[in-house]
Design a protein around this ligand. Structure first.
Ligand code: CDP
Ligand code: CDP
Length: 222
């Protein structure tokens, strides 16, 4: 077991994981690790490299010469792929549409999970994703599972796109979220599921601050 504090946060798309985990990290002095950004980076690289995305062996081979790093920048967490900053590029629609396929590959997951465990060995972390409490850090100090209705999650994501000036239709965002939920929850390897020992927080009617407070209170109680 890691001698460091390890907080696992899992849940479906737009349940609030990254926003809340970043805030908890700032308040408690933990390092925030966004594992979704790592799967997104591999997906971006696969799209740029022009490999057949259905070819698991070819996609996995890309990882042999890929370095993904998460760094604390002035504007928040920066994601670097082979010495190029990809913080914004990994959020583009093409990546979002293909990331669930790439993250269903065993070989891809094995490599990234190994890196994630090494990160948690090095410092106190709060890590978010889909399989953190179940697979990456089964002995985490504390585990949280955030959920919210698909409609509320689609509303949040649509608002977020609009704030960034990205055109988005609520119905399409809802359909994309439901498709990703379905794919992530039903894949053979490390599907999204609630760890049996996680604290479940339904964020549907909660503000970000309320969720942050609930998590911090639970960590401090422990
Ligand atoms: O932020 P958003 O909810 O859109 O997703 P994300 O956390 O950036 O993750 C993108 C995708 O990566 C998910 O839909 C999963 O397919 C995959 N993922 C995963 O399989 N395992 C993780 N630990 C994290 C993300
Ligand atoms: O990381 P994940 O995909 O789970 O969600 P997120 O990116 O942290 O949150 C998606 C959007 O919902 C962001 O724009 C948050 O500001 C917003 N949000 C919210 O409105 N209320 C919450 N309780 C949590 C997040």
């Amino acid at each position: 077991m890691s001698k460091h504090l390890t907080i696992a946060v899992d849940g479906p798309a737009s349940s609030g994981k990254s926003t809340v985990a970043k805030a908890v990290a700032n308040r408690l002095g933990l390092t925030y690790i966004d594992t979704g950004a790592m799967y997104r980076s591999v997906t971006l690289y696969a799209l740029q490299s022009d490999v057949d995305l259905d070819d698991e062996v070819a996609v996995a081979r890309l990882l042999d010469n890929t370095t993904i790093t998460l760094e604390d920048g002035k504007m928040g967490q920066e994601v670097w792929l082979n010495n190029t900053e990809v913080t914004e590029a990994i959020r583009q629609e093409d990546v979002t549409r293909h990331v669930s396929l790439i993250s269903s590959y065993r070989t891809v997951r094995e490599k990234l999970v190994e890196q994630q465990r090494q990160m948690a060995e090095a410092k106190d972390v709060i890590m978010d994703g889909r399989d953190i409490g179940t697979v990456v850090l089964p002995n985490a100090t504390q585990k949280f599972f955030l959920k919210a209705s698909a409609e509320e999650r689609a509303r949040r994501r649509t608002d977020e796109y609009k704030q960034k000036g990205i055109q988005a239709e609520y119905e399409q965002v809802l359909a994309d979220i439901q498709a990703r939920d379905q794919y992530d929850s039903n894949r053979a390897i490390s599907p999204l599921k609630k760890p049996h020992d996680a604290i479940v927080i339904d964020t549907t009617t909660m503000t970000i601050d309320e969720v942050v407070e609930a998590i911090i209170q639970n960590i401090q109680k422990n």
